[in-house]
Structures are given as C-alpha cells and as structure tokens.
Design a protein around this ligand. Structure first.
Ligand code: AMP
Length: 195
C-alpha cells in the first residue's frame, strides 16, 4: 500500500493537491476537515460538538477525530492506499494512526510537507473565505488562531515522522501545477517500491 500524509499549515494547498493526487495514483482521500463539515451539515451530535471548536479556529478533540478516522479505514479494506489530508494534527493522532495502520499490516510510506510562507497562507485563506462559506476562513483572527494551533500542536507530528526518516518538505508556494509536479517527483519512485 501507498499511504501518504499531505502535511502543512492551513492554506498550504493540501485539499487541492489531494484531489489531483488521488486521480493520478488511485488512492482514497481522507480529509478529516471535510468529514467534520459533512457531520455539521447533517446536524449530527458529532457535528454539533465539532462546530464549537472549528468556528473558533481550534482543533477538535483527538478522540472525536480518531474515532471518525477508524470508521473510514474500515470502509475501504481493499484500497491501494490513502492520502491523509489534515490528519494527523497532534502527536496523539499520529500514534493512533500508526497503530490503526499496523493492525492492517501497513504503515505510513511518506509525509510530504507543503512549505508556504505565513503571509501567503493568510492571503490564500482570506481569498478562499470570499466564496467557501467556511466560518473558519472568515476573518484574520480565526485564521491566525488556526495557524497558532498548527505551530503548537501539529508541528510535533512532523518531528515524529522526521525521526523515522519519513518526512520530506516540498515547496508549496508556486502555482497549483508546479506544486503538483514537485509532489509527483517525490511520489513516483514510491509507487514502484510499494506496488
Ligand atoms: P481543514 O479542512 O483540514 O482545514 O480543517 C478545518 C477544521 O476542522 C480545523 O481547523 C479543525 O478545527 C478541524 N479539524 C480537521 N481535521 C482535524 C484533526 N485531524 N484534528 C482536530 N481538528 C481537526
């Protein structure tokens, strides 16, 4: 299996690049943000709980997200692999993910980290907020809270995968096409190894 984590701060292009990558490599896209937004639209208890955190730019509690992820993996037992987008976002989540994959006799192949300067992140998110309808893209304060959560809680995930030699930075501030090409340059050699 080819199991990739697309890593990076909010606004770094993880969602956009995941859409392109799943087509090229035939992987299942797992976006916890999207799953949570679906729960909110459906008005489920999980969605209602998550919304309280999301609208303030805070991370949703680990147990909520980990439970949701576990049921996604159960839904696709025969997948060629996954692209995890926006997950794991804390050290506890990365430990849970490693365990869930180990139970399936697989593991994370590579973590690809999209590197984008902070002023560009804020610019992109404010621009997206004009049309996305997402409450968490609405203003600078919430966006800044999300970036702070990333620095405080999510950076340890990068350290975790760097220690085991699975972490790779990719320049993410070019065009969508340029970034996609750089990602493919990293992933193509992994496909032949994991096939
Ligand atoms: P995203 O679409 O990945 O930018 O996620 C939007 C929001 O959903 C985040 O700001 C968090 O509030 C919440 N969220 C998404 N994924 C996670 C996660 N893995 N852990 C905790 N909260 C998450």
């Amino acid at each position: 299996m080819l199991n990739l984590i697309l890593f990076g701060p909010p606004g770094s292009g993880k969602g956009t690049q995941s859409q392109l990558l799943i087509e090229r490599y035939g992987l299942i896209h797992v976006s916890t943000g999207e799953l949570l937004r679906n729960e909110i639209s459906a008005g489920t208890p999980l969605g209602n709980e998550a919304e309280q955190f999301i609208k303030k730019g805070q991370l949703v509690p680990d147990e909520v997200v980990i439970g949701m992820l576990s049921s996604v993996l159960e839904k696709h037992p025969h997948s060629k692999g996954y692209i995890f987008d926006g997950f794991p976002r804390t050290a506890a989540q990365s430990e849970a993910l490693d365990k869930l994959l180990a139970l399936r006799k697989t593991a994370i192949t590579r973590v690809l980290s999209l590197e984008v300067p902070e002023d560009e992140l804020v610019r992109r998110l404010l621009e997206r907020g004009k049309t996305s309808g997402r409450a968490d893209d609405a203003n600078k304060e919430i966006i800044s809270a999300r970036i702070t959560e990333y620095h405080n809680k999510t950076i340890p995930v990068a350290d975790h995968y760097a220690r085991v030699g699975k972490f790779k930075k990719v320049k993410g501030n070019g065009s969508i096409e340029e970034t996609f090409e750089l990602l493919c340059l990293e992933i193509d050699p992994l496909v032949s190894v994991t096939a």
